[in-house]
Design a protein around this ligand. Structure first.
Ligand code: ATP
Ligand code: MG
Length: 333
């Protein structure tokens, strides 16, 4: 940890293979920020438990996600990469913070409502408590900034509220974190329903580009992407959600601005445009996929990264937790 640098915290759940939404809104952005901040990036396997997981799959996806972080360019020498369940302070602080969070607040969370509707047979306490565990994640490291997609904004706001509530009840303890959201790409939408966020646990995989999709699959999915009947390639999220989503994806993967992309495709047809988007995405993902496969073959290296990450994260987290326990009146020996 370098003195004087602000702390950045983020995580992703090993619930499925990641999507280009996760890449654009989260990991790709982490890579750009890792030099400027002291970064903690977790694999949120405790959050993943809030919807049913197959144990063997969860285990496999954990290493796969770690390999993906590194393959995307997140540097384990610069950043603390670790598995949430390896640092017991997350669960412990979550329990404390639960007592400073109201049931009504949690019931109003959009993600809780969406996921409850989707998993109506399993509306468990963990699902409702998701934002409090996330607040614990963030507050344990005295994080200043939280780079996430727009879907997580409400949770970052609640983490701020909980931090302030605790600080007011005792004395300044937690840094009050701030969310940081991309101007372009903070919400990538589903290709088949471009008003809905692209999610790795979506029901229909045809609207989602997974980071391990091969080129043919990627091109096929983009070909079927929903657009409109207007036949003009213009950025207008309100009236042209599908085309605007594709322009955003193209912009990020080609490195061109939205304006540049609009002029590149002025007067050209949707078919040609969709093919170009597919190719830009596939070309960028191919080397990441190869690097991920190479890393996954070296389990000893990945285990080493997790071990060192757990130690480094644990040291910071345990210090914060001890401070909290002292303030709330837990007897210490
Ligand atoms: P799930 O459906 O299992 O919740 P998810 O795709 O929402 O999966 P998460 O692991 O919950 O992925 O989120 C990881 C990070 O990716 C978070 O920072 C989240 O805000 C971001 N993110 C998720 N979906 C998108 C999206 N469509 N566009 C931009 N960012 C996204
Ligand atoms: Mg999510």
């Amino acid at each position: 940890m370098e003195e004087g640098k602000k702390v950045l915290y983020s995580a992703a759940q090993p619930t499925n293979t990641l999507t280009i939404g996760n890449y654009i809104g989260a990991i790709g952005n982490w890579v750009k920020l890792q030099d400027e901040y002291n970064c903690f990036f977790a694999i949120a396997n405790m959050h993943a438990l809030t919807v049913r997981q197959v144990p063997a799959e969860l285990r496999r996806r954990t290493l796969s996600l770690l390999a993906l972080y590194i393959a995307c360019g997140v540097d384990p020498e610069k950043c603390v990469l670790y598995l949430q369940s390896h640092v017991s302070a997350h669960a412990e602080l979550c329990w404390v913070l639960n007592n400073y969070t109201y049931v009504g607040e949690m019931e109003r969370m959009t993600q809780f409502k969406d996921k409850s509707a989707k998993h109506a047979d399993n509306i468990n306490m963990g699902l409702m408590d998701y934002p409090v565990l996330m607040a614990a994640d963030i507050l344990l490291y005295n994080s200043d900034y939280i780079p996430v997609g727009l879907d997580q904004r409400q949770h970052v706001e609640i983490a701020r509220d909980i931090a302030q509530r605790f600080n007011n009840a005792y004395s300044p303890t937690f840094t009050v974190p701030e969310g940081i959201y991309l101007k372009v790409g903070a919400k990538i939408n589903d290709l088949l329903d471009p008003t809905k966020k692209m999610s790795k646990s979506a029901e229909n995989p045809n609207g989602v580009i997974f980071l391990d999709d091969d080129k043919d699959t990627i091109i096929r999915k983009f070909k079927r992407a929903v657009t409109d009947s207007d036949a003009s390639i213009k950025y207008d999220p309100e009236n042209k959600a599908g085309v605007s989503n594709l322009l955003t994806i193209y912009s990020v993967f080609s490195g061109k601005s939205i304006k540049e992309a609009e002029s590149e495709f002025a007067g050209r047809g949707y078919g040609e445009f969709k093919l170009a988007v597919g190719e830009a995405v596939a070309d960028k993902l191919a080397p990441i996929q190869a690097e991920q496969a190479r890393l996954l073959a070296d389990k000893a290296y990945l285990d080493g990264v997790l071990k060192s990450g757990a130690e480094r994260a644990g040291r910071v987290a345990d210090k914060t937790l001890a401070k909290v326990y002292r303030k709330i009146g837990f007897y210490q020996i």
